[in-house]
Design a protein around this ligand. Sequence first.
Ligand SMILES: *Cc1c(COP(=O)(O)O)cnc(C)c1O
Ligand SMILES: *[C@@H]1O[C@H](CO)[C@@H](O)[C@H](O)[C@H]1NC(C)=O
Ligand SMILES: *[C@@H]1O[C@H](CO)[C@@H](O)[C@H](O)[C@H]1NC(C)=O
Length: 567
Amino acid sequence: MPGSSRMPVSLRNTFIVKKGGSSSQLLSLNIDLFRNIVFFLFLLRWTRKGLLKLKGRGIFGTFADTYIAIRRTAYGLFLRAPGVRSQVQKQVLEAITKLQTKLVPSGPGVTRYLTLPKEGWTYETVLKELENLAAMDHTRWEDGFVSGAVYHGGDDLMKLQTEAFGKFTVANPIHPDVFPGVRKMEAEVVSMVLAMFNAPPGAAGVSTSGGTESILMACLSARQKAYSERGVTEPEMILPETGHTAFRKAGSYFGIKVHLVACPAPTYRVDIKSVSRLINSNTVLLVGSSPNFPHGIIDDITSLSKLALRRKIPLHVDCCLGSFLVPFLEKAGFETELFDFRLKGVTSISCDTHKYGFAPKGNSTVLYRTASLRAYQYFISPDWSGGVYASPSIAGSRPGALIAGCWASLMNTGEVGYIDSCAKIVGAAKKIAEAIVENPALNVDLEVLGKPLVSVVAFTSKTLNIYDIADAMSAKGWHLNSLQDPPAIHVAVTLPIVKVWEKLVADLEAVVEGEKEKERVRVVEGKGAKGKSMGDSAALYGVAGSLPNKSVVVELASGFLDTLYKA
Ligand SMILES: *Cc1c(COP(=O)(O)O)cnc(C)c1O
Ligand SMILES: *[C@@H]1O[C@H](CO)[C@@H](O)[C@H](O)[C@H]1NC(C)=O
Ligand SMILES: *[C@@H]1O[C@H](CO)[C@@H](O)[C@H](O)[C@H]1NC(C)=O
């Protein structure tokens, strides 16, 4: 600027200083303001979080949560202390190695196939090896020794399923024009299940690969609905703590914060007041089970439904396990409760065809009150170079053979068949529960949790270590499920168990007597707990599970997963 060169230096300096001063003042003012706003927003956010926490959990609950968190962190630090860390690592490694020797066959008699055979095996050779694999030493599910796990509908049904597989081995519903029969069967399966759960007109569903996928999809749909209709970006859902862990998986996969609500004794149903308190503007879904996996208890779905309607929040009812039993309880002559779409607040239901529907493993359904709820789980990619792509659930290609197997199972069993199997299965579960409650050889030491109405009977003990009982039952060839919080075990009755429930009760009596005898010896010899040898269940749930920070259990479980892929 020509003029500026003529300006006296002093003036120029003042001018510059002055000018610079005002702008820097302005700048610093702006920064201050900005900082204050950010700080205020930060404060607001945390205050809001704190208040929501206080509202949701109460003062006592908030204190308890904080205490648990501190203990967990402190114990975590302890676990990482130099001497401790190596000791823990060593024991975890030992446990995993022990697991490996149990699960992965080794030794001179075992041939392992780690690469493709150069020349393909003949038909006969493959078949023979398959027979050997099926005959490997295992817990005898065929004789009814396994709780849950094998939802078997009889040998004839199995034959029919195999036939169905054979006809549709290459089928894939992703190409409905190529496999129209598969599309038809899939739609019909969904329609049949919708009718079983008293779906209103306009309801819709999807079939999936299993209960977990059904639950994942229901959670995704609820999250997307809340996002697009209410702009919720920090979704939360409220679960009974006994709700299936697939909901926690959904929380982890889809970024939904999970609130767990206690299911206190004596009913072991979710506490409705606590659910109500935890609802806030971020809540996208409430959940109830009918029944839950751990204790086989049906939550108070009627109250949950009222709450859901009042607060205008979707409610999912998990009938994955209840599947083809709960809808038929009444017709089979048992006590029941409302749990399905007849309750207006219920917006979605998961029902596993592959559990008590006896379909081959890998099949389930998720049902929605409206088609628009279903559309929220769809994935559509309109601009992919591979073409316009649309898929209803997680998988892309899907096995048509399984759909045929599922359809064949439902058609072959029919309503009368399912009512009949409900009568047998729930009947046996009631007999087992009755034995534990009424038989003096059992009812002194064992206690049934809540009032199970379906197929699962869970029990605990006030006098004996329940995990020792689980291990002693394992030694007798039974595979029961160990539970935690509270320590308990359960049996999920299936058709194979129906034939042997009396033996189960007799073995349980013997085991309880044996454990009492051991206890007596221990007291007489003054040995205390140290003197006893520990089974797998007692070690995992009794010792590792009681630690304030379960990172050791996480390491063990992760090692277990690695073991599954050891050839
Ligand atoms: C089995 C089960 C599920 C999950 O089913 P998967 O088919 O194993 O994925 C969900 N909820 C309950 C209550 C179950 O028992
Ligand atoms: C539990 O312990 C592990 C291992 O020391 C640690 O990494 C983890 O952060 C701890 N968990 C919590 C919640 O503090
Ligand atoms: C059966 O399972 C497959 C995946 O495992 C799924 O794609 C299909 O939709 C299911 N069909 C039915 C009828 O449930």
